[in-house]
Design a protein around this ligand. Structure first.
Ligand SMILES: NC(=O)C1=CN([C@@H]2O[C@H](COP(=O)(O)OP(=O)(O)OC[C@H]3O[C@@H](n4cnc5c(N)ncnc54)[C@H](OP(=O)(O)O)[C@@H]3O)[C@@H](O)[C@H]2O)C=CC1
Ligand SMILES: N[C@@H](CC=O)C(=O)O
Length: 406
């Protein structure tokens, strides 16, 4: 059996998951791919750090990334370090040296994905990143393979495990925001710096990748209007629940003609909606398309083994291409010229929470009181009307998902 030699960059939550699963599923992997995988080198930042699991025999640990890049035996580099600038440099070098690359680094993909994909195509190597969106859910392959002949109209996702874990823990277990975040960090769901998780930036980065696979157009995350969950408080969650809604950090991209309308932020879903049931670290992506109608893909959105599983599914695909001298095809070769717009600018309904009752001239659909606070679901408001109402509320207005008309 032929051997494919691997190099791994990073041995944290995801990297150690890769090593563990590679060992545990070695026999099945080798039978499926008809290849023996040899993990030759693993690069880390801190050589002396205590590691729970020993590396397989024949694998060496280094704190010099060049040991991996300069090793001519290594055909596939798996990048699980994170960071943008260092990872970009390293991945470019690996590609230039004829190595295929697998990464879970959505921050890098959101900024440099198209350029790196182009470079890999030019150098006839593979560049794959199934694990970059929704951890263990194989959503990118579903979009690029299974739905290739379907026309996608809208994708709606809960695609940050940390944020969903925090919102669930705050609303169901009554945890404080800080305690819920600490739990998500301890379980390895959060990024080393969780700012991107809680501020919606990680969600925006993943939506950019999903949009590329759904509509052939990656989004520029810097041009998206993005709101996080760091301002969502228990009073809003309780009010939403009393009124029959759940608050979720949603990513939405909807195609209308030649435009993609986007939304990234906390929003209310009716408690009966399928996405409202997604709890803890689970993620979900609802796809609305012409041929299939509505399909929903759910699973763990973060964590060592789910993410490693997605990385190793990429490895099987890369191995197949190496064996068949067929590397260099784009992971998703669909490209379209589309403009973008923000759903936030459309008239929509909101959850408003205020100390005093709101102006009586608005036809409130539902109201309730919550301790000393008043809460209600507004009718559809223009952005000007919403801004005026916001001045009377002590918490940010939260939009009702899909109340906008497009
Ligand atoms: N955690 C998750 O559930 C998911 C994470 N991802 C992505 O996967 C990537 C890794 O995340 P995660 O495993 O959580 O991160 P961790 O912080 O747990 O691990 C990072 C690893 O990279 C190593 N590293 C950092 N800098 C360098 C360097 N300069 N040279 C060599 N090694 C270095 C660290 O070494 P050392 O151990 O010595 O400190 C560590 O082993 C990120 O891009 C993240 O966004 C994607 C999906 C899910
Ligand atoms: N921090 C991320 C990890 C996976 O991408 C998350 O919580 O979803």
């Amino acid at each position: 059996m032929r051997t494919i030699t691997l190099g791994l960059l990073g041995l944290g939550t995801v990297g150690s998951g890769v090593v563990k699963l590679l060992q545990a599923q070695q026999a099945k992997l080798e039978q499926t791919a008809q290849v023996h995988f040899h993990l030759k080198r693993v690069a880390v930042a801190h050589l002396a750090k205590h590691r729970n699991d020993p590396l397989p025999s024949g694998t060496t640990l280094t704190d010099n990334i060049d040991d991996v890049l300069n090793d001519q035996d290594i055909q596939v580099v798996i990048e699980t370090m994170g960071t943008v600038n260092l990872a970009r440099d390293v991945i470019k070098k690996a590609i230039y040296r004829g190595k295929s690359v697998i990464t879970a680094n959505k921050d890098l993909l959101a900024t440099d994905g198209p350029q790196l994909a182009e470079l890999a195509r030019f150098r006839h190597v593979d560049f794959m990143y199934e694990a970059s969106v929704a951890g263990g859910i194989p959503i990118l392959r579903v979009l690029s393979n299974s739905l290739v002949t379907d026309q996608i109209n809208q994708i709606t996702g809960i695609i940050n495990g940390t944020a969903n874990y925090i919102l669930t823990a705050m609303s169901s277990a009554g945890l404080s925001y800080q305690d819920a975040l600490a739990e998500a960090q301890e379980k390895g769901y959060a990024e080393p710096d969780p700012t991107n998780d809680v501020k919606g930036i990680d969600t925006a980065n993943k939506l950019s990748i999903l949009s590329q696979f759904s509509f052939g157009r990656a989004l520029d995350p810097h041009q998206l209007t993005v709101t996080g969950i760091d301002q969502v408080c228990k009073q809003q969650l309780a009010a939403a629940s009393q009124l029959g809604y759940a608050v979720k950090l949603l990513a939405i991209a909807r195609r209308k003609g030649d435009c993609i309308f986007t939304f990234v932020g906390p929003a209310l879903l009716p408690q009966t909606a399928q996405l409202a049931q997604i709890a803890g670290v689970q993620n979900a992506i609802e796809v609305n398309s012409n041929a299939l109608g509505t399909t929903v893909y759910t699973g763990p959105g973060a964590g060592a083994e789910p993410t490693a599983n997605s990385i190793l599914s990429d490895l099987v695909a890369v191995a197949d291409h190496i064996m068949n001298f067929d590397c260099g095809k784009e992971f998703n070769g669909y490209h379209n010229h589309l403009t973008t717009n923000s759903i936030n600018d459309l008239p929509q309904a909101y959850l408003a929470v205020a100390k005093q009752a709101p102006p009586v001239d608005l036809a409130w659909q539902k109201t309730s009181t919550n301790n000393d606070r008043w809460a209600g679901i507004t009718p559809t408001l223009s952005t000007t009307e919403a801004a005026a109402l916001q001045k009377q509320c002590d918490y940010p207005l939260l939009p009702i998902a899909n109340s906008w008309s497009l």
